[in-house]
Structure formats: structure tokens, C-alpha cells
Design a protein around this ligand. Sequence first.
Ligand code: GDP
Length: 422
Amino acid sequence: MAQDKPHQNLAIIGHVDHGKSTLVGRLLFETGSVPEHVIEQHREEAAEKGKGGFEFAYVMDNLAEERERGVTIDIAHQRFDTDKYYFTIVDTPGHRDFVKNMITGASQADHAVLVVAADDGVAPQTREHVFLSRTLGIETLIVAVNKMDTVNYEEDRYREVVDAVKKLLTQVRFDTDDARFIPISAFEGDNIAEHSENMSWFDGPTILEALNNLPEMSPPTDAPLRLPIQDVYTISGIGTVPVGRVETGILEKGASVSFQPSDVSGEVKTIEMHHEEVDRAEPGDNVGFNVRGVGKDDIRRGDVCGPADDPPKVAETFQAQIVVMQHPSVVTAGYTPVIHAHTAQVACTVESIDQKLDPASGEVAEENPDFIKAGDAAIVTLRPQKPLSIEPSSEIPELGSFAIRDMGQTIAAGKVLEVNER
Ligand code: GDP
């Protein structure tokens, strides 16, 4: 794997059955990311059964199998290269917790490919995912109008779908100049790696060209260290080892760190990454580390580790902008759902609904409304029922977004505007 290339996290979003998995399979296949011996083996099997050209189907089967096994979501596992970048697909498309993971940052992506089937056009999850990408700060959106083979590769139909998607993007104030539109067939391989002869009317880039042309993201190394704790282990010979992913800043051996909201601190003794000891870790690195004087019962999942002189904020209350995606009735003051933010899950009470916003313009539509419902955007004040570490999105976006869950569903997505510290 060419690790020396800059890295990009890519999300593949869009309505169910519009072809996300097929596109992922196609990308892995066209970039040679499926081991040759695996393809070879399948080629032989296919030849025996009298079916040629089966390699691509093989990739698809493999992906489907992984999905059935419920592959862990926190670990990036689908990788491919273009000339300039190496890409990690940050989620298994179709995973049931995809929306939650996208919001809490487990699937934090810099860019996204929105897949819209040419026959169906814009569908409910197209809308939901575009909404979320906007709220969660996706930098660039590539819109793949898929299944062009099912509409005879017709330019007119492509234009219709593009217009509908543009309208949707405008609604959520996504700059349509920043989106790139490409007609494809993930299944047939049109406009993925090579320009399709079936759509000579299209003179834009292929999917791989568009991916290769994405702007380079700089990792948030300048921000203060924020490392949400996923688990805490005891390892013989070392002691207490919290593990997690560095979201922002640098974790360094010898540094004084503080864990919040547990409110304990100490000096970093060792850092381990991929079973090797290292002196420092950067954003995106998954690490286990040991801190002098911090015991197993002192800290827990949901704590955030930061510099002792710039510790993670702990909220007494916080104000947030939320978008209600689904709710059987209405949200009123007093409602107490569970907030999922980074690795924390804390019940929070809606203390007040401060403003309802016009989703199209973002302007205030109503002051202090009595309730909000599905489809509404609003500014609310939330009071955590147990200490919660969270940051204003304007300061540390990686720690500033959250999902509101209730009854096993993602009710809303939110972005922290202000933290009133304890
Ligand atoms: P997902 O739910 O978005 O991941 O969708 P899948 O990738 O599982 O695709 C759903 C169905 O659409 C499958 O039966 C695919 O074979 C089919 N499909 C995906 N892409 C294309 C395409 O470009 N053309 C055609 N005709 N079918 C496609």
C-alpha cells in the first residue's frame, strides 16, 4: 500500500439500492485493489461453470459477505489508490448505523460520493444524506448519477436528475459549484475508470479522475489535542491503557494530559500504535497509551484526553443547531433523548427551544417555538444529565457534532454552537 500518498476519507452516500455497494466494488476492482490471486481463483471457477467475465461479480459477492458478517464500523477496511491519493472508504455502505456513525465522527469523511439512480432520481435517503453532509461539513460532493444503462444512457434523463439534485443542494445551501456531476453505470463500468462511449455527449471527468482531482485536506494538527477514549484496558507489565483515535492535535510522549469529564491528569509514559512503540501520534492514528498515575477506574469510555493546560470542555449546558430527521410526534422542552457524541452517550434534556430556522435560508423563522417536528431545523439548549465533554463546532469541528437517538433511531443531527462550561 502506497502510504506515502496523501490520504482521503471518502463516504459513499445515497438511497438504498441506488448502487453504493456496486460502485465501491467497481472502484476496488478498477484500481486493482482486489488481490490478483483472488481474482484468478474466481476466474477459474467462473470458466469451469462456463461463465466468463465474472471477476467483478466476485468483488460484489465479497462485499455482500462482509456486510452480512457485520464488519466493525470503526475500522477503515476498504482501500484503493488513484495517482495522487490513497482513499479509505469510511463505511460499509448500507450499514444500519451509517447515519449515526456519520454524525458522531466514527465515519468522518472529507468528501462524499452521492449515488443517485437515474431511474429513481432523488429519493428520501438522498435528501437525508445530503442534509447530513451539509451539517457535518463534507468538503466536496461528487454526484454520481448511476444506472445510466437502465435509461438508455439518455442525456435528457441525466439532466433531469442533475436538476433535481441541484435543487436539493440549493435547499441546504450547498454550493452547487462545489459539486461535480457524473453520469455512470457502476454495474457496466461506464465513466468509472474510462470515458464511456455510451455517453459521448458527456465531456466531464470519470469518477476516478474526479476523485484524483479532489482538494487535499490538511490534517488538524494545529488544533489542541483531542482524543476520545473508546476503551480502557489493563495490560500486564504496562498498566492502564486507554485506547482511542486522535481526532485533533498531537499526542506526545512526556506531555501532561488531562481526561475530561473524569478530571484526572498525568504524564504520557508510552504510546503504542500497530503494536509498536512510538513517540507521537497524529490525527487519524489509533493508539493505546499509558499515563503515569491514571488507574483503570479513574477514566472511562466517553472521556476525552487533551493537554492539561487546554483541557477538553465539560458542558453544564450547550447550545446547538439541530435538524430533526424523524420523530413520531413533536420535540418539546423537557424531552430527554440520548446524545451520541464522539465515544460518549449521555442523556440530555432539551432545556429550551430557542429558535426555529427556515431550512432553506437558515434565517430565524420563529423565536421560542413550543415544539419542533421532523424536517425542522432549530437552535436548542441541551442539559446533559451526566457530565459530557463536547466542543463548539467552530473551534473543534471533530468534537462538535452529535446524533440524537431515541427508541433505536437517529432522531436528529446537531452541531454545537456554544458550550457553557461547568
Ligand atoms: P446500495 O443499496 O446502494 O448499496 O445498492 P447496490 O449496490 O446493492 O445495488 C442495488 C441493485 O442495483 C443491485 O441489484 C445492483 O446490481 C443494481 N445496480 C447497481 N448499479 C447498477 C447499474 O449501474 N446498472 C444497473 N442496471 N443496475 C445496477
